[in-house]
Design a protein. Structure first.
Length: 220
């Protein structure tokens, strides 16, 4: 899903409807023009200050890094249709190392990622799963704060911890770092964006297409 500057700015307006906590959270994002013609493996593997969220054998022959947005329907579709197949065929069998990285497109997106981080490392991906599954309940409504809080409470948040998370500057800065670095250093400008063994993938996001790309590295 490619983002125009107009769409990006319009999406930030959602935050004004989210209540005092969400409304006060983000500063405006600016998309950054690509900075490098090529990306080295060393550049790609730099984790953010909050650490990478990864699944699979660290010594797997193939590494897939996904940059995703929680308010992106294409990302939700990828997580619903493609990710489960990758997990069963490649992650759980030791063939693939999967790394999920945040690429928030607006303040609401940022808030959702902050909550996922505050949920804890063991709950991060399950929280992401629920946010994608229930994306229509919170990402495209006039009052996102209440459904976001309801989802968070299922993950163990209280009212106090929910609000504390959304005002946690360290968490906010950590998520922003990942997004800004991806835009500046890796030329990420749309979601989802995949890097498979360092190669930026721009094909169809289907289990068959992504699997074919992975199989190519397994056979080499």
């Amino acid at each position: 899903m490619r983002i125009t500057r107009r769409q990006f700015c319009e999406s930030t307006a959602k935050l004004a409807l989210a209540g005092a906590v969400l409304a006060a959270l983000p500063r405006t994002f600016d998309l950054v023009a690509p900075a490098l013609a090529q990306v080295s493996t060393e550049e790609l593997m730099v984790a953010g200050p909050l650490g990478d969220v990864a699944q699979g054998d660290a010594k797997a022959p193939v590494t897939l890094i996904e940059y995703a947005s929680l308010t992106c329907p294409h990302c939700a579709d990828f997580y619903a249709r493609v990710y489960p197949v990758l997990k069963e065929r490649y992650i759980d069998t030791g063939k693939l190392r999967f790394i999920f990285r945040e690429f928030p497109r607006d303040g609401l997106d940022l808030a959702a990622f902050m909550l996922a981080r505050c949920a804890g490392e063991d709950k991060f991906l399950p929280f992401i799963d629920v946010m994608f599954e229930r994306q229509k309940d919170w990402a495209f409504v006039k009052e996102p704060r209440l459904p976001m809080m309801a989802i968070s409470k299922q993950a163990g948040f209280t009212q106090a911890s929910f609000e504390a998370c959304l005002t946690n500057q360290q968490i906010e800065d950590g998520v922003r770092f990942v997004r800004d670095r991806a835009a500046e250093k890796l030329k990420v400008d749309s979601t989802p964006t995949l890097f498979i063994n360092g190669k930026k993938y721009s094909g169809a996001y289907t289990p068959e297409a992504v699997g074919k790309e992975i199989e190519g590295y397994l056979k080499s």
